[in-house]
Design a protein around this ligand. Structure first.
Ligand code: ADP
Length: 262
């Protein structure tokens, strides 16, 4: 299970990386394509230079094809958004979390009442919870408590917590994951969402867990905030926008801004 999780983290990171690179690369290829065509068209056809440029165009067109495939791959992997109840996601994944973190750590869930639905990929949300739980376990080598809570909040509450973030008005659903572990100093807190940042031995940590969490939350239009101090445990608050009231026709639209990159 552990190595499966690590593998999933790597795949997620590679997928995001590939998608990002493909997107930027595609823009550059478009420039090469346009300039080459322009240069070729200024030359009389059939000249050696024109033929060379035609070959460049052809190779560029193949490269465009390739990057397009990469984009499709990374998007497919990243987005299967649906309207869902966060409480049910938590409930569904909790037995697995219990197995993952062992018997020395108590897992408490406190589902918020009348929770608003969110639009997200349930598989991604499970991954968020697993990554946070594995970190919590590592932070509580002598046991402790992992608490998972959900609640409805409004934009003002989101703004108050996630200082500096631009917060769209509306309703949000907050997922809070707390542990009673070793906590973190300020220097660590400042870097935890960086890809490959880890304080663990290389056999233990990839440094991809929280950057994946961050990517998923941002893709879902949400915000993530961490509160921690050495010896005081750690708390993650994830605020996801609530789905607009009449769900079915609104799904695709709500999900769209998270899909495209520029
Ligand atoms: P990894 O777990 O592979 O190190 P992450 O991105 O998940 O990568 O975490 C980065 C770092 O953040 C960890 O190495 C650890 O120092 C710190 N960290 C994350 N979660 C917690 C937590 N719940 N308590 C204490 N430290 C944490």
């Amino acid at each position: 299970l552990e190595s499966q999780l690590r593998q999933a983290q790597k795949m997620e990171a590679v997928g995001q990386l590939a998608g990002g690179v493909a997107h930027d690369f595609n823009n550059l290829l478009q420039v090469i394509m346009a300039s080459t065509r322009f240069a070729r068209e200024t030359l009389p056809s059939g000249t050696p230079a024109a033929e060379e440029l035609a070959a460049v165009e052809e190779a560029t067109a193949r490269a465009v094809q390739l990057t397009r495939q990469l984009l499709v791959f990374s998007r497919k992997q990243l987005l299967k958004a649906e309207v869902l109840d966060l409480n049910r996601v938590v409930e569904g994944v909790t037995p697995m979390l219990r197995r993952l973190i062992g018997e020395d750590i108590r897992v408490l869930t406190m589902p918020g009442a009348s929770l608003a639905p969110v639009v997200a990929d349930p598989g991604q949300l499970e991954q968020v919870l697993m990554n946070l739980a594995v970190n919590a376990r590592d932070a509580m080598p002598n046991g402790g408590t992992l608490r998972i809570e959900t609640a409805n909040v409004d934009a003002a509450a989101v703004e108050a917590l996630h200082r500096g973030d631009v917060v769209e008005p509306g309703a949000y659903v907050r997922l809070t994951v707390r542990d009673t572990g070793v906590g973190m100093d300020e220097g660590t807190v400042a870097r935890i969402f960086e890809p490959f940042f880890t304080t663990k031995a290389s056999s233990q940590g990839t440094g991809l867990g929280l950057s994946t969490v961050y990517g998923i939350v941002k893709q879902s239009g949400g915000h993530v905030w961490v509160t921690s101090a050495p010896g005081d445990g750690t708390r993650f608050d994830i605020d996801l926008p609530a789905a607009a009231a009449p769900a079915p026709s609104g799904v695709a639209e709500t999900a769209a801004p998270g899909v495209g990159r520029g």
